[in-house]
Design a protein around this ligand. Structure first.
Ligand SMILES: Cc1ncc(COP(=O)(O)O)c(C=O)c1O
Length: 394
């Protein structure tokens, strides 16, 4: 399908169709326009549909095979080489049901009771709650939003705050790149400054790179583990085809273990994590990595159009929201303090739009909402117009 047809097909998807489709984004909060959970409204790549259909026809739903694991490791290694120039040895790639399961395994088996988790905020919501379930306390380190009066504020790490958090018992830093919820793609320079602090503290990094396939043209994803020998040694990378290829319900993520000692420990302690991945998930992830890139490029083109359209839409309807076109992800923050500390609650009631509340993103999220713009442009336009009308009325 050429890109004009692709765009026209996505533009034509209606709210009624999305509601009838039954996905989480459109079914969990009836009567609202869904702009919250990180799902895309664009279906999946045709080669993935075909691979899943062939798998269903085969009737093979027994336990995971060694071929499944080897196929996934090979497919991810090849994808990472093509896409990020990262020379991944397939032996480093281990399966998991999802990225959060990799984090759980790391907390249980690579940290000890009493160790604390260091989290730059605003952050992806479960990062604030999951460590507690593993009896690991969180130290939030708010990022600093450069408010130079310009239209495009950027968020930067508080390096002194990070160092203080490690001194206070921090053992593992959760680093998310591209950053959910900020939409920023971290530069090598930004990450190396963080790496210096981690290295000085003798700490570890959980590098969540789940959004790495979703990076827009002038930006490039740099895997944290590729920065230097220190970052390869002190990090575990977690990624998945689930965001870029819209497959989170199929449960197949990847841990990339670049430190040989970590690989040994993972093999001894995390086999149960690996067994949580689903066989259909392997099939989908392998098809995504091997054959999904043409579709991914079309979706990136569509999302790029949406993020650019948002520049005009917010200039017209939400000039004070501080919208900065994301460099990666299909998520962005809008600053709407005129609606109080929890603008998402107001917008749910008065605009009929369901957004992720900034209050769920940790310190620094107050007054913000997180918008998922992976939706047809006519629906995105309706969403922004509705938000604008409510903000003007307050
Ligand atoms: C940054 C980030 N990490 C992890 C996840 C969850 O991924 P998984 O379903 O693989 O646990 C998400 C989902 O939106 C996410 O945005």
């Amino acid at each position: 399908m050429d890109s004009t047809d692709f765009t026209a097909r996505l533009d034509a998807i209606t709210v009624d169709e999305l509601r009838a489709g039954g996905g989480s984004k459109w079914s969990r909060h009836p009567g609202t326009l869904g702009a919250w959970i990180a799902e895309m409204d664009f279906g999946i790549a045709p080669p993935i549909t075909q691979a899943l259909a062939a798998h269903v026809a085969s009737g093979q739903f027994g336990y995971t095979t060694n071929e499944d694991k080897a196929g996934l490791a090979r497919a991810y290694a090849q994808f990472a080489r093509r896409r990020y120039g990262w020379d991944v040895d397939p032996a480093w790639v281990r399966p998991a049901p999802d990225v959060l399961a990799v984090l759980g395994g790391m907390l249980d088996h690579f940290t000890s009771p009493g160790d604390k988790v260091v989290l730059p905020t605003p952050a992806y919501m479960p990062f604030l709650t999951l460590p507690g379930l593993h009896d690991r306390e969180i130290i939030q380190v708010p990022m600093q939003r450069t408010d130079d009066g310009g239209p495009h504020p950027r968020w930067t790490f508080d390096l002194e705050g990070l160092a203080a958090a490690f001194e206070a018992g921090g053992k593992v830093l959760i680093l998310c790149n591209p950053v959910n919820p900020l939409g920023q793609v971290l530069t090598a320079g930004e990450m190396l400054e963080v790496a210096d602090v981690v290295d000085a503290a003798g700490a570890l990094v959980f590098s969540d790179e789940i959004h790495a396939p979703v990076v827009y043209r002038e930006h490039r994803h740099t895997p944290y583990a590729t920065l230097d020998a220190r970052t390869a040694a002190h990090s575990i990378t977690a990624t998945s085809a689930s965001k870029g290829f819209n497959l989170p319900g199929l449960k197949c993520a990847q841990a990339v273990l670049t430190n040989p000692e970590h690989r040994q420990r993972w093999a001894q302690r995390c086999w149960a994590v690996e067994e949580g991945a689903s066989r259909l998930g392997y099939t989908a992830a392998i098809a995504a990595y091997d054959e999904g890139e043409p579709w991914l490029e079309q979706v990136l083109g569509y999302l790029d159009r949406n993020r650019t359209a948002l520049t005009d839409l917010t200039a017209e309807h939400l000039p004070e929201a501080g919208y900065t076109a994301p460099e990666g992800t299909y998520l962005t923050l809008l600053h709407l303090p005129r609606l109080g500390a929890d603008p998402a609650a107001v917008l749910r009631e008065e605009a009929g739009v369901f957004l992720t509340p900034g209050t769920a993103l940790g310190q620094g999220g107050e007054g913000f909402v997180r918008l998922n713009f992976a939706t047809p442009l006519p629906i995105l336009t309706d969403i922004v117009e509705r938000i604008g009308a409510v903000v003007r009325a307050h």
